[in-house]
Design a protein around this ligand. Structure first.
Ligand code: SF4
Length: 388
């Protein structure tokens, strides 16, 4: 296989749907793509932490894996064509893609072959060649392999803008139902701790662009029958203690020829509610226990968690816009971080007395109205204001 075909094979395998397609279509799969599909199969628009949008190549160094995680299309023994890059082969190809404007950043992961340490070395070598030989100055997100050593985590942090370790499940018991040969504490949580230890011990200027790389993780939502409360408790702990930038939630869906192939798929709406809740915790000052969990410890699917919280807590105790602090304002549906700041700035100059003033400040006034007092009076929704 030439390097470009290897890349197409590996990148398209990286999304679960494509892994299924590749297996179905067999050895000639790459030829099934139109030129446009070939591009879209592995380069994705992505937003960087600084807000800039780039074309991000997401790929594996190898789809060969010796582990047997129950949910994973790459698990050992599953019948599909595996492909592998050598580190320099990948770095050379990506460098050409970058120079031709095809991709501006890379997210590089791998199946495990020969243990976590050996696999991690190959990922590190690929990133090292890109940075040193090809002088690549763009975005690199490197995956930390289960079983990697602390020195390797440090080296990854010196090369990458972001490092990630997928926890997959919120605790040891749940992980055992998804990946019985991964150990939650030793293989997954410990490297996440190392990242934070290194950030605390080493000055930022020693990292490749003078900044600490961010850390993220991913959970297979619903794969182990865990509750939203379990997922969000772990996410909150990681955010608070290990400065996790964000958690990704990937709704479980069954893959053919895996032990979980008959387990029903989890609705993507659950994934969406988990994201909303995790942002309320990270950015809006909510505690896990504030969230409106049902008796089964899951969030309601039919309503976004901020709205559900407001209906329980604010509907009979509306917030006075002219007195509330930033945190209180941000708990109101329709008021985001910027809206809260704009309200605080505006009311230093004048009292806010009507919804049209809020609307001018970026508040979704119709949504916020039931939970607000404007200068002591319940906010009245004026139909004309909303075009009704
Ligand atoms: S170690 Fe990673 S690639 Fe291998 S089976 Fe598990 S999740 Fe899949």
């Amino acid at each position: 296989m030439n390097p470009l075909d290897t890349l197409i094979e590996l990148s398209s395998q990286m999304t679960l749907e494509h892994a299924e397609d590749v297996r179905t279509r067999g050895r000639d799969a790459p030829d099934c793509y139109s030129p446009r599909e070939r591009d879209q199969a592995f380069v994705h628009p992505a937003q960087l932490p600084n807000g800039k949008s780039i074309k991000l190549l997401k790929t594996l160094l190898s789809s060969a894996c010796e582990r047997d995680c129950f949910y994973c299309p790459f698990r050992a023994g599953r019948d599909f064509r595996r492909a592998t890059f050598k580190p320099d082969e990948f770095a050379n190809l990506f460098s050409k893609m970058n120079q031709s404007g095809f991709a501006q950043g890379v997210f590089l992961s791998s199946g495990l072959a020969g243990g976590g340490v050996r696999t991690q070395d190959k990922l590190l070598d690929a990133a090292d060649i890109l940075r040193k030989k090809h002088q690549f100055k763009g975005y690199i997100h490197l995956k930390i392999m289960p079983g990697a050593e602390k020195d390797q985590v440090y080296r990854a942090m010196q090369l990458a803008d972001r490092v990630s370790i997928n926890l997959e499940a919120p605790n040891t018991e749940r992980l055992a139902r998804l990946a019985p040969h991964k150990t939650f504490i030793e293989e997954l949580l410990r490297p996440l701790r190392w990242v934070e230890e290194i950030r605390r011990a080493v000055p930022a200027h020693q990292f490749w662009n003078g900044k600490y790389p961010s850390t993220v993780t991913q959970f297979v939502a619903g794969g182990a029958d865990e509750s939203d409360l379990e997922l969000l408790t772990t996410t909150h702990w990681l955010t608070k203690n290990l400065r996790l930038k964000r958690a990704y939630f990937s709704a479980f869906h069954p893959i053919r020829d895996t032990p979980l192939e008959n387990k029903p798929a989890v609705t993507p709406l659950r994934e969406h509610r988990l994201y909303q809740a995790s942002f309320l915790i990270r950015d809006y000052g909510f505690e896990v226990e504030d969230l409106p969990f049902a008796s089964d410890e899951n969030l309601p699917l039919q309503s976004d968690p901020k709205l559900a919280w407001a209906q329980l807590n604010l509907i009979h105790a509306p917030i006075e816009v002219n007195r509330a602090d930033r945190r209180e304002l941000m708990r109101v549906p329709g008021i985001g971080q910027r809206g809260a700041e704009a309200i605080l700035a505006a009311r230093r100059i004048r009292k806010l007395r009507d919804l049209s003033s809020l609307k001018k400040l970026g508040v979704i006034a119709e949504r916020a109205a039931p939970y607000l007092l404007l200068d002591g009076r319940k906010a009245a929704v004026q139909p004309a204001l909303f075009g009704g």
